[in-house]
Design a protein around this ligand. Structure first.
Ligand code: ADP
Length: 356
């Protein structure tokens, strides 16, 4: 009974929240200045507002300031736990049957992988999410039975690569997005590994990260130019009324959003950057179309958005981390990322807030 009451209260708050704020959230996270920034004499051009946790200002090259507002702004000193604290309610809603997508967007080197994957000592959103799902599902175990499984894949040049497939025993299959008989988008043949505890999760994640980075050294840091997706499938069964649910949570470390320099734009790099531009702008178009409640949502313009179609829009929840660098050396890219994120959220950026 307590569970049913809690669940209906969660749904009520959730529906109230949608009416107030919609289903799309944008969090901004700024990394600390690093050794290279300091060695090159670069200073911070990002200012935080002590009294507004969701605002920041970017100093422009002409010394004017541009003001941005998101659903939350994380400062360089905010750790993984603080970030996950704000993310937790969104990820756990997958247990209530909602589809959820979380993206890390930004220039290479701004902490997308740090936020999602983290380091072994300082784990990121991916691992913490699974840990939290096990904890929450245990808390509900008298009334709900949950089964969790994970898939890991990479999209590089519009091709899908399974990161969990055992290459020594199976030749790689060509993976495509296909529509199922129920009308949902699926990737037939993708490995889906059931997990029972966090140790198994960590082993799988390490395996996937390793497959990704081994490929990337050979192809000149390809990993920053591919999208890495972790998909968690949650199957639930209500032990009281027998109702079953199946939902997906996608955790996506996107390819670097930086514009490539003119000198480098030829051959493979040109092709890669065209694919990245295409898929990142397709993602921006889909989310902003959803935010503005447009009737046509252009999911089919990239493999990424097509694959995520059932988890973007409707009553699905979307969270985008826009990752930025505080350094004066990255000012131009930072402005592009902040503008992209504002457009996605349908929030206009403005001139600097007047000091009281
Ligand atoms: P990206 O995935 O965007 O290319 P990375 O996650 O690889 O960037 O981050 C680049 C470097 O900066 C890494 O060494 C990472 O550990 C460090 N870093 C990024 N964000 C933070 C942060 N918030 N706090 C501490 N170190 C960070």
């Amino acid at each position: 009974k307590q569970y049913l009451e809690e669940s209906s209260e969660r749904k009520r708050l959730y529906n109230e929240n949608i009416e107030l704020k919609g289903n799309i959230r944008v969090f901004c996270r700024c990394r600390p200045l690093n050794q290279a920034d300091l060695a090159n004499g670069c200073a911070s051009v990002v200012e935080f507002d002590g009294s507004h946790e969701n605002e920041l200002q970017l100093l422009s090259t002409d010394s004017s300031k541009k003001h941005f507002k998101f659903d939350h702004v994380f400062k360089p000193e905010d750790g993984q736990e603080t970030v996950f604290g704000q993310t937790k309610p969104i990820v756990t809603s997958v247990l209530d049957g909602y589809n959820v997508c979380i993206f890390a967007y930004g220039q290479t080197g701004t902490g997308k992988t740090f936020t999602m994957e983290g380091t072994p000592e300082n784990r990121g959103v991916n691992y913490r999410t699974l840990e939290e799902l096990f904890r929450s599902s245990e808390n509900r175990s008298r009334l709900m039975k949950f089964e969790l499984s994970v898939s890991m894949l990479e999209v590089y040049n519009e091709k899908i690569r399974d990161l969990l497939v055992d290459k020594s025993s199976q030749p790689p299959k060509k993976l495509e997005v296909k529509q199922s008989a129920e009308g949902t988008q699926e990737v037939p043949g993708l490995v889906e590994a059931q997990v029972f505890n966090t140790d198994e999760v960590w082993d799988l994640l390490k395996r996937g990260y390793c497959v990704r980075s081994v490929g990337s050294t050979a192809a000149n840091e390809q990993s920053s130019r591919s999208h890495c997706l972790l998909r968690v499938t949650v199957k639930g069964e209500n032990l009281i009324n027998g109702q079953r649910t199946r939902s997906h949570l996608w955790l996506v470390d996107l390819a670097g959003s930086e514009r490539v320099g003119k000198v480098e734009v030829e051959g493979e790099r040109l092709k890669e950057s065209q694919f990245i531009n295409k898929s990142l702008s397709a993602l921006g178009d889909v989310i902003s179309a959803l935010a503005s409640k447009t009737s046509h949502i252009p999911y089919r313009n990239s493999k990424l958005t097509h694959m995520l179609q059932n988890s973007l829009g409707g009553d699905c929840k979307t969270l985008m981390f826009v990752q930025i660098s505080p350094s004066s050396a990255d000012q131009g890219e930072t402005l592009c990322s902040l503008n992209f994120a504002s457009r996605v959220r349908g929030i206009e950026s403005g001139p600097a807030r007047k000091q009281a």
